[in-house]
Structures are given as structure tokens and as C-alpha cells.
Design a protein around this ligand. Sequence first.
Ligand code: BTN
Length: 271
Amino acid sequence: MATKQQELGAEIIKKRLGRASLVQQVLFYPLVSSTNKVAWEMALTGCPEGTLVVTEEQGQGKGRFDRSWLCPKDKGILTSIVFRPALLPVEVFRLSMLASLAICRTFSRFSGLGARIKWPNDVMVNGRKLAGVLLEFPASSGKVEFAILGMGINVNFDPQAIPELQGIATSFLRETGRYFDRLEVLAQLVMEMESGYLALKAGDFGPVFDKWKARLTGLGEIVQIMSGQGLDKGIAEGVDENGALIVRERNGQTRKLFTHDIAWGLKEVGS
Ligand code: BTN
């Protein structure tokens, strides 16, 4: 148990992650707007795959659908990794799947507790959100030039103390009553990501997909799909290897969703 709230820094992160082949470069900032934004700018300047951006505080931390990501200074893991993957655009969400699985495994290893994944890649513990994953990549034809994988993990604070997070978020501290060494949590996360990414690059994503799917909640539930065209309901029938949610709609047809906003666990599919 770590009771001292240690700070992160470039040198200690580099030293601790020295042997990780996934990490080629560490950029640490005490405060940034958003690690995804910094990583995106780095990617545009041609930085190598494996550029890891870490911060202690974000002024404009962002989540999916332009929501904000809140995390008090020095209390969480706020990081983004630049990938230059040999993946088709339809396959790129595999990186998010690696991330949510890696976070679940990291949490379970440190806490001894289970964690589940709410589609697409929210990490949930006891029905509350422990961590979020934000994948961003430039829309271009045919190939993925780069992808930014952002991860926010709640570690050493109680989200109940933050009005916007009350009742919906949790943390390592809240679930265990203990403080954790964030450097060790980050190191484990990188190790888990690395083994998944090596498997993905070797064309052996199947076992990773199976582990991801085994942690997924909500299959078989009625869902509401929020899109530009309004709302629609269907049954979440399954997922595919690229992380798409397969939904059977009221008209009997199935639809594959990648980035939609979904409300889960509704009572009925009709009307
Ligand atoms: C979500 O759940 O909607 C995704 C949240 C992702 C948050 C992380 S924190 C580090 C990185 N930088 C950001 O601005 N967002 C991601």
C-alpha cells in the first residue's frame, strides 16, 4: 500500500518503463490541456509510435462525444500513446479494446477485484466507471496514418467528492480503501498493453478478443441508440472482432455500431 501521494515525473517514468518495447519516448507535463491533444500534435510532427504522453492534470480533459474528463491533480493516470498501426480503419478500434482489457487486468492485479467492460470500452467496477478510453485518428482514405489512444483511470481519490461524478464513477481507492503507487499502476498498464499489441501485430488478436468479450456486460440487453437521425431501439446481440456492437433492430435487421452513444438496459424494444 502506498500512503504517500507520490508525484510522477519524466525521469522516474522513463526509468521504470525502460524495458517496455511499446514505449519509445516519454513526454511528461505537470499540466496540459489534454494528453490526447498533445499526442495528436506530436503525431503530426512525425513522432515515433510509442510516444507516451503523461500528465498530472488536464485543463480540458476530454471524453467521447466531447464530454469532459474530470480527474483531480496527482490522483489519477492520465495518458495517451501514439500508435502507427498497420491496421485498416475498420480494425483500429482494436487498440481501444486492448486498452480496456489492459485496464481491467491491471485493476484486478492490484485490487484482487473484478472489472467489466461496458461497450465500447468503459471500464466498470460494481456498476460505476473506473476508467475511460478515447481513441482518435485522422479520417483519411484507406489507411490509419496514426491513432491516439487516451486512457483516464481513477486511482487515488473518491469520485463521490466530485459532484459531477457522484454515483457514476469509482476509483481504485473507493473500491479497496487503499492508495496505490501510480507509477506501478502505469507500469503494469503499459506491460499489459504491450503484450496485447504484440499479439495484434503478430496477427494473433483472437485470444485478446476472447478475453475482452468475456469481460463485456450488456449483451442480450435492450439498447437505445442515439444518433443524428434520432433514437432507435434494438437488442445488443453480439460484438465482432473489430469491437463493433451488433444490434438487432425492431424491423429484424441487424446493424453494426462503432462509435454510437448507447443507453443500456431498457425495458422493451417495441414502440
Ligand atoms: C470516455 O470515457 O469518454 C473517455 C475518457 C478518456 C479520458 C482520457 S484522460 C487522458 C486522455 N486525454 C484526454 O483528454 N482524454 C483521455
